[in-house]
Design a protein around this ligand. Structure first.
Ligand code: DC
Length: 207
């Protein structure tokens, strides 16, 4: 397969877009980029004292390879640096090049279908109620030894949703042509099947 084909998957934290993106990429043999990791890596560097714009402009593969990027503290730092237009601008080219690589790509984030890849062949917006998302994130963090309470995780999710959706540059929102996927009452398997069906419907026919 040598054509480029982009699947853009956006939505709020813990809606299931990471799981769906990884599984869909594996299913179709596409590359996968979790764009949130870029913002988390920038956020992590700011917690270490680096200026956010400088951190974004000098991000290295090593910054993305840090095992502790998935903490609640780094998620908040990521959401804060993501408001800064110069930070977002510094990360655009890498994401667009990834999206157009030969062989197909799945990118998940907040603005992939609206700003990074407005011409993506497939766009999904994966969402779920804040309570269900917070419960999923709570269980994930607990398994990693976090001592945050359910209420703290819910407050954190809501604060991040509001900041991500209300910022003026590239706010989180569904693209007009996105397929909406609400996973509140869906199993992972059912959600994945819907995502795979949306991609299959747009794949070029085999010769
Ligand atoms: O997907 P995530 O939870 O790892 O993302 C962390 C933060 O990064 C999120 O709260 C907002 C920001 N982000 C963004 O602004 N744009 C993206 N495409 C991906 C993430």
């Amino acid at each position: 397969m040598t054509y480029s084909f982009t699947v853009a998957i956006d939505g709020p934290a813990a809606a299931g877009k990471g799981t769906i993106s990884k599984a869909a990429a594996a299913h179709f043999g596409f590359a996968h980029l979790d764009t949130g990791l870029l913002y988390r890596a920038v956020g992590r560097r700011t917690l270490l004292g680096v200026d956010p714009v400088e951190a974004a402009q000098t991000l290295t593969a090593e910054d993305l390879d840090q095992c502790e990027l998935r903490t609640a503290e780094i998620a908040q730092a990521a959401s804060k640096v993501a408001v800064i237009p110069e930070v977002r601008a510094a990360l655009v080219d890498f994401q667009r090049a990834f999206a157009r690589r030969a062989g197909g790509a799945v990118l998940d984030g907040r603005d992939v279908g609206t700003v990074i890849c407005p011409h993506a062949e497939v766009k999904l917006f994966v969402t779920a109620s804040a309570e269900v998302r917070a419960e999923r994130r709570f269980l994930e963090l607990q398994a990693k030894g976090s001592d945050l309470t359910r209420d703290q995780v819910l407050a954190d999710v809501k604060e991040r949703d509001a900041r991500d959706a209300e910022r003026s540059t590239a706010p989180m929102k569904p693209a007009e042509d996105a397929v909406m996927l609400d996973t509140t009452d869906l199993s992972i398997e059912a959600a994945l099947n819907q995502a795979l069906a949306a991609v299959n419907a747009k794949l070029p026919a085999a010769d």
